[in-house]
Design a protein around this ligand. Structure first.
Ligand code: ZN
Length: 402
């Protein structure tokens, strides 16, 4: 009976599990309603807070490493002073030894009675009585013993000083190694800090544009739990057009040498289109709706993201380093709509550190960024090669129509 109950429980659990897996929506990050967008916004805020904590922790690690370096440098200076002092001490001790040797000579001379080699013996043998002899002998012995002890003492001090100098020199090597490794640790932490800072800015951009998108959907009258697809209708299209009337590829999509550092490979998420002055019109590449706008990002500058449906498939096209933004979130656009103007040159460099000259960084990704997914990394993983989609000529060859 008990066995049967167990069997029934296992079967019920299995059915529940299977139906949950197939019937319940997946927990993947897909904001389909305003309510879900609000949840995404909250989690972005939490991530930002975590990053700020990480940033503070990294900064205090850098500070304490800098303090350790200062301490090590101070110790080196102190030790170098000690070495100098020790050298002086040795000099003084050598003088003392010379003086003591002189004093031995003088001691013996003081008792010298006749000239000759064995003045010391003669002094002793000049004793008037046996008591006198013992007395004289003892005096001379004491003086000489004392002086010899002094010389031994001085020699030992010299040896100690020499050892001290060796120890201090070794310590200096050790401290310099410590400084080296602390310096490279600081470099590493600095890089981490930079990455975290950039990421924090990215998240702030995400937070701002998600807020803007929520406001837009609310203004449009979409219900909190209404499917956004039903609420917003976007006119479909059949193909993409080039975003610029004239241009040439200056950098392909995919992995490339980092143009800012000249070393290391970095994923290039779109194509760079050059051959246009700052202020040249940038057009939407198909019918669609402006789904996302980021202003003055530290890397990417002014950015516009447009939602499209091409032959029933959702895409987002994106336009970076813009000098001006000519559209707002929610605007319905077509291929003749100017979304913004070319920037990325000296006029935009002050806030946009990721551009080396006037150009358009153009991206295409599957799905709607902000609706199909809401994180930049998800957007990046859905990017496609625009050269293929827009049928662009190779680097160096210009086109003159869209
Ligand atoms: Zn680019």
């Amino acid at each position: 009976m008990k066995k049967n109950i167990n069997k029934i429980i296992i079967i019920v659990i299995s059915i529940l599990f299977v139906s949950y897996t197939f019937i319940m929506p997946s927990a993947a990050s897909k904001a389909k309603t305003i309510k879900e967008l609000r949840n995404e916004l909250q989690s972005l805020k939490n991530t930002k807070k975590n990053n700020e904590n990480k940033k503070n922790k990294t900064q205090s690690e850098i500070n304490s490493s800098n303090q350790s370096i200062t301490n090590a440098r101070n110790e080196i200076t102190e030790n170098q002073n000690k070495i100098e002092q020790s050298k002086k001490d040795i000099e003084d001790l050598n003088i003392e030894i010379t003086n003591t040797k002189e004093s031995i000579k003088n001691t013996i001379s003081a008792y010298q009675i006749t000239e000759g080699q064995n003045v010391y013996l003669e002094y002793i043998f000049e004793a008037a009585s046996y008591e006198d002899l013992v007395y004289r002998y003892a005096i001379v012995e004491q003086i000489l013993d004392y002086n010899n002890e002094q010389i031994d003492k001085f020699n030992n001090l010299i040896k100690e000083n020499e050892q001290l100098q060796i120890d201090l020199a070794e310590r200096e090597i050790e401290l310099n190694n410590q400084i080296d490794s602390l310096s490279s640790k600081i470099d590493e932490l600095g890089n981490q800090l930079e990455e975290i800072t950039e990421h924090t800015m990215d998240i702030q951009d995400e937070i701002d544009s998600t807020k803007e998108l929520i406001d837009y959907y609310v203004k449009l009258g979409c219900g909190e739990t209404q499917n956004l697809n039903e609420c917003v209708s976007i006119k479909g299209d059949t193909s993409f057009s080039k975003p610029l009337t004239k241009g040439t590829i200056t950098s392909y999509f995919g992995y490339r040498i980092n143009p800012l550092t000249g070393t290391g490979t970095k994923f290039h998420s779109g194509v760079d289109i050059g051959g246009n002055k700052e202020g040249t019109n940038v057009y939407a590449s198909a019918n669609g709706m402006v789904g996302k706008i980021i202003r003055k990002a530290s890397c990417g500058g002014n950015q516009v993201y447009v939602y499209h449906t091409i032959n029933g498939v959702k895409y987002t096209s994106s336009y970076w380093h813009l000098l001006s933004i000519n559209v707002s979130i929610g605007d319905k656009v077509d291929v003749n709509t100017v979304v913004g103007t070319v920037g990325g040159g000296s006029k935009t460099r002050s806030w946009d550190s990721c551009s080396t000259g006037a150009h358009l960084h153009y991206m295409i990704a599957k799905g709607w960024y902000g609706e199909t997914y809401t994180t930049y990394s998800k957007f990046l993983s859905n990017t496609l090669d625009p050269k293929e989609i827009l049928k662009l000529p190779n680097k160096g060859t210009y086109w003159y129509s869209r």
